[in-house]
Design a binder for this molecule. Sequence first.
Ligand code: 13P
Ligand code: SF4
Length: 350
Amino acid sequence: SDPALVERARAAKAALGGQVFVLGHHYQRDEVIQFADVTGDSFKLAQQAAARPDAPYVVFCGVHFMAESADILTAAHQRVILPDLGAGCSMADMATFDQVEDCWDVLEDAGVADDVVPVTYMNSSADIKAFVGRHGGVVCTSSNAKRALDWAYGKGKKVLFLPDQHLGRNTAVLQMGLSLDDCVVYSPHRRGGGLTPQQLRDAKMILWRGHCSVHGRFSLDSVNEVRERVPGVHVLVHPECRHEVVTAADQIGSTEYIIKTIEAAEPGSSWAIGTELNLVRRLANAHPDKNVMFLDKTVCYCSTMNRIDLPHLVLSLESLARGEVQNVIQVDEETAHYARVALDQMLALP
Ligand code: 13P
Ligand code: SF4
C-alpha cells in the first residue's frame, strides 16, 4: 500500500487518540486491518462493539449489516462510521423486509406460524433482525448457529432460517441431527414460496433461498481436485459453503475458528481453505511453516468487503480528526429496539 496513505492514516488515528475505536472484520484488506484496534469474526465484533463506551466514534471496517449491529449495540452517544457506504452484502440483500412479511403471511395461511421461531443470520439488515425480535426469535452468526438453532427449535416446533440456506442446512443436518428431508427451501420470488401448505406443515427447518456469492463458488470438484493434488491436505471451510462441499471437508467453522485452527496446526501440514481470499492470504503469509492455500484455483475476494480500502479509511479518519462526522450508520430507534431484543438473545445464549 501507498506509504504516504499509511502515514496519513497513522497520523489521523494518533491525533484522534481515544476518540476513535476501529473494528476490522477478518475479510478486510491488510492495508486496512493493520489499523484495527480489534479484529474478529462477526460474533466477536458484535461482542466487542460496546467494549469502548468512552470512544465517541466507532469506525467499522466491514460491511453494512455489521455496522448496523454495532450501532444497535453501542451507547446512544457513540457514532458508527462505515468508511464506504457501498460496502453491503449480496446475501443480506436477498431477504428484504417486505419479502419476509409476505413469508410470514404464507406461514399463517398454512396454519404453522404459531409453531415457527424465526432465526436470522447476522448477515441481514436491521429491519429483518427487528422482525425476528418482534416474533420471539434470535440472531446467530456462523460461530453460534448450532446453539441458536437448538434454542429456537427447542422453543417452537419449526424454525424459519434467514437468509443463508447453506448455513441453515449445514447446521441442521450436520450438527442438529435433522435430515435433508426435514428442510424445505422458501423462494421469495415464487408464489407461496414455491411450497405447498402441506410441505410447510411437514418441515422442521424452513430455509430462505439466499446464499453467499463468494462461498457459493467452492464446489465438490475443488475439494476433490485439491485432495488429488496435495496428499494429506486438510480441507477447512466456512459453513456458508454448499452442503456437498461442507460434507466433503474435514473441518468447518467461522473465520475466527479458521484462524485458530491454522495457528494450532502442525508445522509442515497442508491446509486448503474455503473462505474469502484476503483472510486465506494473510494466514498463508503469517504461517510460512505451514502449507496454507485457497480451496480453488480462481481468485475470489468479497467485492463489498474490499470496498473498504486505505483511501476510504484515511478519508474517514481525517474527517473525524477535523471534527466532521461522515458516513454514519444509524438505525432508527424502533427498529434498533426490536433488533436489539434478537441480538441480546444471541449474546445471552448458553
Ligand atoms: P464470520 O461469522 O465467520 O465472521 O463470517 C461472516 C461473513 O460474512 C462470512 O461471509
Ligand atoms: Fe456477504 Fe459473502 Fe461477503 Fe460475507 S463473504 S460479506 S456473506 S457477500
